[in-house]
Design a protein around this ligand. Structure first.
Ligand code: SF4
Length: 379
C-alpha cells in the first residue's frame, strides 16, 4: 500500500518543488504527483526527477504533448485524465511511448471533469459512467498493447466514490488508486476522505491512496500514513498516541497532557503506542494493550508498560517521564523495562486507586443520582 500526495508549488520552480517533495517524503508519502501544465513545468520535471527521493508522477490534463514531454523528462509515471484528453489517436500515442519506456499510466477519472458524452450515455454522474470512462481509456491502451495501468474513479461525493470503486474492483484486476477528490479543508476533508478510502480499504479494495485536502500537502501524507497504520496495512513508523476521553473521574486536564505528550514525543521516531489516561482507577487496565502509558491520581503520574505500573512520578513531571520511559523502552525493550519496575510502584497505584474509589465512589459522573432525579421529575 502506498501513500500519494501532490505538490502545490509551481513545478517550474524546481527548488521550491523539491523542498516540498522532501517534506512529503518525510511525512510518509511514497509517491508524489506534480502538475505538468506547461512546457516550463515539463522542463522543471527534468531537474526534479533525478533529485527526488520518491517516484514522481506527472499530472496531465488537456495536452497530450505535455505527457510526451514529461516522459522525456524521465518521470516514473503519468496520470492522464480521460475527461479532457479525448482524442483516441493522442491517447494511443502517449500509451505507445509510455510502453516503449516502461512507464506506467494512471487512468485518473474525476467526476468533476467526466466526458459529458459518457455521462449522458450512463445516466449522469453515476458509478457506471465513471467506470465506463476508465474502461474506454483502457481499451484504447490495449489496442497498442499497453497494460501497465493503475485506475482511479474519484468523486467529491463519498457515496458515489465508494460505489464507483466497488464497481471498478468487480470490473478489473488493475491496481486502484483511491481518493475523495476536492475533499476540502480539515477536519471535514479528513473525515470525508477517511470515510471513503477507509471503507474501501476495509473491503480489500485499493493499492494507493491520496487525501485531497485543502491544506499543506504534508497533512495529506500524515493522514494517509495514519490511516494505513490504523488499518494494519502499514507498519507503524511513528508515535500512536491514544488518550481516554476524560470523565468525572479524571485527575488531570487530559487534553492538555495528551497534547503536551504529543508535542514532546512527535518527531523522535518512536514507533510506540502511548496512552494518556485521566485516572489510575481505570487507565492502566483500559490501556493495557498500549506499549507505554501514564495515568493520573492524587497529584501523581503512574507510568505503566503493557498495563504494569513501573514508576510513579509527581504530576508535573508526567510528560517528561513519559519521554524518558519511551526512550528507555526503545533502548532496553518492553520486557526489560517491566522487569526493572520501581519497587512498590504497583502497590502505590493500587492504594491510589482504592483512595480514589473511596472518595469518588463507583459513579464519579453522578449518573445514578441524575437518573434518580430524572425519574422523580418525570413522575
Ligand atoms: S475512568 Fe479514568 S481513564 Fe476512563 S475516561 Fe474517566 S478519567 Fe479517563
Amino acid at each position: 500500500m502506498s501513500v500519494q500526495s501532490m505538490t502545490t508549488t509551481r513545478t517550474a520552480d524546481v527548488e521550491a518543488t523539491l523542498a516540498q517533495i522532501y517534506a512529503l517524503a518525510g511525512s510518509g508519502v511514497d509517491i508524489v504527483r506534480c502538475t505538468c501544465n506547461d512546457e516550463e513545468a515539463a522542463e522543471g520535471l527534468a531537474h526534479i526527477v533525478p533529485r527526488s527521493p520518491v517516484p514522481i508522477v506527472a499530472d496531465i490534463h488537456f495536452q497530450y504533448r505535455l505527457a510526451l514531454a514529461a516522459l522525456e523528462a524521465g518521470v516514473h509515471a503519468l496520470r492522464l485524465n480521460p475527461g479532457n484528453i479525448r482524442k483516441s489517436e493522442q491517447i494511443k500515442i502517449v500509451a505507445r511511448e509510455a510502453g516503449d519506456r516502461g512507464v506506467p499510466i494512471r487512468i485518473g477519472v474525476n467526476a468533476g471533469s467526466l466526458d459529458p458524452d459518457v455521462a449522458t450515455r450512463h445516466g449522469g454522474l453515476t458509478p457506471e459512467a465513471l467506470v465506463a470512462s476508465a474502461m474506454h481509456e483502457l481499451d484504447l491502451f490495449r489496442e497498442v498493447g499497453f497494460d501497465d495501468v493503475k485506475i482511479s474513479v474519484k468523486a467529491s461525493n463519498v457515496l458515489l466514490m465508494i460505489e464507483a470503486y466497488r464497481l471498478l474492483a468487480e470490473t478489473t484486476d488493475h491496481p486502484l488508486h483511491l481518493g475523495v477528490t476536492e475533499a476540502g479543508p480539515p477536519p471535514q476533508g479528513l473525515v470525508k476522505s477517511t470515510a471513503g478510502i477507509g471503507a474501501l480499504l476495509a473491503e480489500g479494495i485499493g493499492d494507493t491512496i491520496r487525501y485531497s485536502l485543502t491544506a499543506d500537502p504534508v497533512e495529506e501524507g500524515r493522514a494517509g500514513r495514519t490511516l494505513l497504520e490504523s488499518l494494519g496495512l502499514r507498519e507503524r513508523r511513528g508515535l500512536d498516541l491514544i488518550a481516554c476521553p476524560s470523565c468525572g473521574r479524571a485527575e488531570v486536564d487530559v487534553i492538555k497532557v495528551a497534547s503536551d505528550a504529543q508535542a514532546a514525543l512527535d518527531g523522535r521516531g518512536i514507533p510506540l503506542q502511548v496512552a494518556v489516561m485521566g485516572c489510575v482507577v481505570n487507565g492502566p487496565g483500559e490501556a493495557r494493550e498500549a506499549d507505554l502509558g501514564i495515568a493520573a491520581g492524587r497529584g501523581r503520574g503512574h507510568l505503566f508498560v503493557k498495563g504494569h505500573v513501573v514508576r510513579v512520578v509527581p504530576e508535573d513531571e508526567m510528560v517528561a517521564a513519559l519521554v524518558e520511559e519511551a526512550e528507555r523502552i526503545m533502548t532496553d525493550g518492553i520486557e526489560a523495562r517491566v522487569a526493572a519496575a520501581q519497587a512498590g510502584a504497583e502497590e502505590i497505584a493500587a492504594e491510589t486507586r482504592a483512595e480514589m474509589l473511596a472518595a469518588q465512589g463507583l459513579d464519579p459522573n453522578h449518573s445514578d443520582d441524575r437518573i434518580k432525579r430524572m425519574r422523580e421529575i418525570s413522575g
